[in-house]
Design a protein around this ligand. Structure first.
Ligand code: SAM
Length: 297
């Protein structure tokens, strides 16, 4: 149990460090200790493993991660919060505070540094994410699957529902497919706005994405794969042929039709009916055409 409540600690540090909440940085701190404990438990931590936390804020989740994991790397953009965190964890030899933008993170470098410090395995990413960058962050981690084994992340409830959406449902889209390609996603529990300070305008949910050992099929370029999936889901009422044509992916007028034909996929279908293998076939054919194979011209 804590000596002081989270609200008291926030107020003391606000005064001591002249910290002011920045709405633009999604600064809503979790102040319910039971929820913090459930997040950490959701990651099934061990002292042999390392955690990567995005947006540690004042370190309320960080201190619980430090007690449960062998090593914690915490990446925070706000300079004042970094100062608070550095002071707070100055005596903890297993916490490293990194001042920087999680969207520009060199996760390979962090992985090598933590490996050299005795933690060679992949990270478990555990975080109460800044909601304004949830989707690009999630995509960037999904693209670097070799560096993590599991993510336990607090996100906006609507985003969590999109990640776990059933195939064919209205919530099912690019986020659903890209998550399911690399991981088994599940919602662990929901969290009301009242558990944060200051209160956000939305409810939240904790998602766990357990990495699949192998993706369902080979994809040559994850960014192109995502662009093809996005194009197919972006204009749901259109046929696949028209959706791809309007996606901006093709310079040639007949590029989309030629690609579909080369892959043996009927362009009159809706994008949401395609399997992973069909999306991958389109994306891989697009990549080889761009490399000189000539499929889209
Ligand atoms: N982990 C803390 C907690 O649970 O109380 C704070 C979570 S708060 C929702 C999100 C945190 O992410 C804030 O501390 C914010 O400053 C930080 N943040 C915002 N944008 C960021 C970025 N691009 N890179 C790293 N941290 C960021």
């Amino acid at each position: 149990m804590m000596e002081f409540s989270y609200e008291t600690r926030i107020s003391v540090w606000m005064n001591k460090y002249h910290f002011r909440f920045d709405r633009n940085l999604g600064q809503n701190f979790l102040i319910n200790e039971a929820v913090l404990d459930r997040i950490v438990a959701g990651a099934a931590p061990s002292k042999a493993e390392k955690a990567l936390e995005i947006g540690p804020g004042m370190g309320f989740l960080t201190e619980k991660l430090a007690a449960a994991f062998g090593s914690v790397t915490a990446v925070e953009l706000d300079a004042t919060l970094c100062e608070i965190l550095t002071d707070q964890f100055s005596a903890a030899d297993n916490v490293r505070v990194v001042h920087g933008d999680a969207l520009r993170l060199d996760i390979s470098a962090l992985a090598s540094e933590t490996a050299a410090a005795g933690f060679p395995g992949p990270f478990k990413i555990v975080a109460n994410l800044p909601y304004y960058i949830t989707t690009p962050l999630l995509f960037s981690f999904l693209e670097r699957r070799e560096h993590w084994s599991e993510m336990v992340i607090m996100v906006q409830k609507e985003v969590a529902e999109r990640v776990v959406a059933a195939p064919g449902s209205k919530d099912c889209g690019v986020l659903t497919l890209m998550s399911a390609f690399d991981a088994d996603p599940e919602i662990l529990f929901t969290v009301p706005a009242a558990d944060f300070y200051p209160r956000p305008a939305v409810d939240s949910a904790v998602l766990r994405l357990t990495k699949r050992e192998h993706p369902p099929c080979f994809v040559a370029d994850k960014k192109i794969f995502r662009a093809v999936v996005k194009a197919a889901f972006g204009q749901r009422r259109k046929t696949l042929s028209n959706a791809l044509k309007n996606s901006g992916l093709f310079a040639e007028k007949n590029g989309a039709a030629a690609l579909l034909e080369a892959c043996g996929i009927d362009g009159r279908r809706r994008g949401e009916t395609l399997s992973f293998a069909e999306f991958a076939a389109l994306a891989n054919a697009y990549v080889s055409a761009a490399d000189g194979g000539g499929t889209d011209d």
